[in-house]
Design a protein around this ligand. Structure first.
Ligand SMILES: [Zn+2]
Length: 388
């Protein structure tokens, strides 16, 4: 093992005012030429009290943030929602290690969103309803993905406008728009973000359900559905200046939709979809449930449910704008759920009571219960690996 001590000034920038934080050094551990940080080191840097370890399950919790994860897994609950890391957490020489890419590209933006650099103003929202024209997208017994995506964008536009955003849509009717053109439309805007709207499908698992959201895979890392062992050496392209903003935009929208609507949490994921790869502004792709799952396809076909989804996406976007404007840390899933329980009059049953609940600490502590709906493999359940 090649152990190198260094202080990462870049990460420290902006908070060297805090003597306590500046005193924490990063101890990069090199394994097979790659950089990793120990969980103890991470805990110290982010002022987490000592990690709670139970078998292979680990929890870091402070008044600001919470991380729950498991050795040999790419899955990590960050502030209560599932995230897919680029590399598994693993044990080496008695230390639990997290990859430096995951720390920098996934953990840091979400643990300290107020520290993200280059977060520009957010005035314009580019809404990108997936598919269109001959490209119908996924199909359910009730309708086509292209129509649901367009309707969701049409529902979202007025609520965003009511909040003072300017809205541009990459298509306003049932027409085919090439992916490159969608990205070009986005890149022609200023002070803007890009939100692509899709619904999911799989022919491998008829009961697969739930929400997921994507931002661009960081440079040097495999996408969520790639096998990290075989892909890690070849995927060195891509990654953009907007990486941190994009993953935080994912986080803002995702916490809101999971916090407002009781569908299964499939997680914050990474892919190199064309619309993410080619856009230069913060960009995400939302998968608003499965058209191939019976219960969820019925929900998606319900205009009221789609309006609820539109409202939740809008709230997430508003939180992102507030972060960009004021550095105020966005609400997370537990905040939204608390708001919901607070509003007793609005008490309503979970729209899909059959969906597995978000993992709790109790579940985490009994390894037998820590079973994700699906683990990314080279043959993914859900979105097609190439384009959604
Ligand atoms: Zn799609």
């Amino acid at each position: 093992m090649n152990l190198r001590r260094l202080t990462i000034y870049a990460i420290c920038a902006g908070f060297c005012a805090s003597r306590l934080m500046a005193a924490v050094e990063w101890q990069v551990v090199k394994v097979n030429g790659r950089d990793f940080l120990s969980v103890d080191n991470i805990a110290k840097f982010y002022s987490f009290p000592n990690p709670v370890v139970d078998g292979t399950n680990i929890k870091l919790s402070s008044d600001k943030n919470e991380l729950q994860f498991r050795v040999d897994s790419r899955e990590m609950l960050i502030n209560g929602v599932r995230n897919w890391l680029s590399f598994p957490v693993f044990v080496h020489d008695g230390k639990v290690l997290v990859s430096r890419i995951d720390l920098a590209k996934t953990l840091e933006p979400q643990l300290r969103p107020n520290m993200i650099k280059n977060l520009g103003r957010v005035q314009t929202i580019v809404l990108d309803p997936g598919h269109g024209g001959f490209d119908k997208g996924a199909i359910s017994g009730y309708g086509y993905e292209k129509d649901y995506a367009l309707d969701l964008a049409r529902l979202l536009r007025p609520v965003l406008q009511a909040k003072g955003f300017r809205v541009i849509m990459t298509r306003e009717s049932d027409v085919f728009v090439p992916l490159e053109l969608r990205a070009r439309i986005a890149n022609a805007t200023h002070d803007s973000i890009f939100v692509s709207l899709h619904f999911n499908a799989t022919d491998r698992d008829p009961i697969a359900s739930g929400f997921e959201i994507y931002s661009l895979t960081p440079r040097g890392a495999p996408s969520t559905y790639e096998d990290w062992l075989t892909q890690m050496s070849i995927n060195i392209q891509n990654g953009t200046e907007a990486d941190a903003a994009s993953v935080e935009l994912s986080s803002c929208i995702y916490h809101s939709i999971i916090g407002h609507i009781g569908e299964f949490d499939r997680g914050i994921k990474r892919a190199r979809f064309a619309v993410l790869r080619l856009t230069k502004i913060p960009a995400v792709l939302v998968e608003g449930g499965f058209l191939t799952e019976r219960g969820e396809s019925r929900l998606i076909a319900n205009p009221e449910w789609r309006k609820k989804l539109a409202d939740a996406v809008c709230t997430g976007i508003e939180n992102f704008r507030t972060l960009a404007d004021t550095k105020k840390v966005p609400l997370v899933v537990t905040d939204y759920r608390r708001q919901k329980t607070g509003a007793a009059a609005e008490k309503e049953p979970l729209v899909n009571p059959a969906a597995p609940p978000t993992l709790s600490l109790d579940m985490l502590q009994s390894p037998g219960n820590f079973v994700p709906l699906q683990t990314p493999t080279p043959s993914p359940i859900g979105t097609a690996p190439a384009e959604p």
